[in-house]
Write a protein that binds this ligand. Structure first.
Ligand SMILES: [Zn+2]
Length: 391
């Protein structure tokens, strides 16, 4: 399944479900009813929940696509085949990394962790590549649907490694850029535009001069002798025209136009299968890979909840009564059968937790353990690297 960019404009809102849930207190009541009446809820989070940590979302009021109509993220095919595009990506990512590295979880991440600890949710999937769920709650297993920014992957030998040492290498290979980065960071109003994936746009900068190293394991592999060429400092030699060469590293996040890893897809589907309801937080589900998980839950007759500021892609499919209208049991219910509210997810979940803890103080085991058979050794190693990176 390819990751595509389906929408770049804000989506229209649907009326609240139930129709009474138009104020924060009534929204909180509806969401607590939803959570109280499920055996195992699966959380699916998106960029909206990291806005309060200082990362932009894509389609919110101050989202990347909303403020910058020209913004187009890098495509996988361009990264793999074009030397110039790789230099451009790593240069921008080099400049943006420090900003991503320093972001901290916010109250929504904390609330999700508390829901997990309290047994109120059975699992979580995120579309975010910022590692903030893990930073907030390391013991909560999370499926990173679109990968992570904090680790890198060799496209040839598939070795994963942490991003920070790679960033140090980029500093060493690009002293001019390193100085530029320092200047940028010490100038408060420096004209930059930051994307949610750690990408940064700097007006008037030439990316072709940026240097990056190849995978060290592939570089030492005699099978690739002569194919991976490096300069005296260990940076990849420039390639004329298009070139698909061994030893290229990319962040483990899924680029647009790239396939989701099969293991990740299977793990996400297993979580949907094990849950009896899905609660979407801070996502417009504009990415098909996320929308289809909710649709899968709906097709399995499971309950759907959505907490998002703004509209959600094709959400009528979740509430349809068969005649293109929102079914009465959702509209007129109390949130038990389904909920859709337009408030900050952190505010709603904090309020709901107060009610949940009051109503059912003891921990009830609602977690449904998801089989780890879909995880290969590399996934486990990646998790360990990820945990270390967020400490
Ligand atoms: Zn390699």
């Amino acid at each position: 399944m390819l990751l595509r960019i389906p929408y770049t404009t804000p989506l229209p809102s649907l009326p609240a479900i139930p129709t009474t849930a138009t104020t924060l207190p009534t929204a909180i009541t509806a969401v607590s009813n939803f959570l109280l009446n499920t055996r195992s809820t699966l959380i699916l989070s998106g960029a909206g929940i990291s806005v309060a940590s200082g990362l932009p979302d894509y389609r919110g009021a101050r989202g990347t696509y909303t403020l910058n109509k020209e913004y187009r993220p890098i495509f996988y095919g361009d990264f793999v085949h074009k030397d110039g595009m790789r230099r451009r990506y790593w240069a921008r990512s080099f400049l943006g990394w420090k900003g991503v590295e320093k972001v901290r979880p916010n109250k929504t991440h904390t609330a999700v962790g508390r829901l997990w600890e309290g047994g109120w949710i059975g699992g979580a999937i995120t579309q975010n590549v910022d590692s903030l769920h893990t930073a907030s709650h390391p013991s909560m297993p999370i499926t990173n649907l679109h990968g992570l920014l904090s680790t890198i992957l060799c496209l040839t030998c598939k070795t994963h490694s942490p991003r920070s040492p790679f960033q140090q290498e980029l500093h060493r290979l690009n002293p001019t850029w390193s100085t530029f980065l320092e200047e940028m960071r010490s100038t408060p109003d420096f004209p930059i535009k930051r994307g949610p994936d750690g990408d940064i746009e700097v007006p008037g900068v030439k990316y072709e001069s940026f240097r990056y190293p190849p995978c060290q394991k592939c570089l030492k592999n005699s099978a690739f002798r002569g194919e991976i060429r490096v300069d005296k400092d260990g940076a990849m030699e420039r390639i004329e025209g298009d070139g698909n060469i061994p030893g290229v590293v990319k962040p483990t996040l899924v680029f647009f136009g790239e396939n989701l890893r099969d293991e990740v897809k299977r793990e996400a589907e297993a979580k949907v299968n094990a849950a009896d309801s899905v609660l979407v937080i801070g996502s417009s589900l504009a990415t098909y890979s996320a929308w289809r998980l909710v649709k899968l839950a709906k097709d399995q007759g499971k309950k759907i909840g959505i907490i998002n500021l703004g509209g959600v892609r094709g959400e009528d499919a979740f509430w349809d009564d068969g005649e293109g209208k929102v079914a009465a049991r959702y509209r007129l219910g109390d949130g038990t059968d389904g909920v859709r509210v337009e408030f900050d997810a952190g505010d709603v979940l904090e309020g709901a937790l107060e009610i949940l803890e009051r109503v059912d103080g003891q921990r009830t085991t609602r977690r449904v353990p998801v089989s780890s058979s879909g995880l290969d050794r590399q996934d486990i190693e990646l998790r360990e690297i990820e945990m270390a990176a967020t400490r």
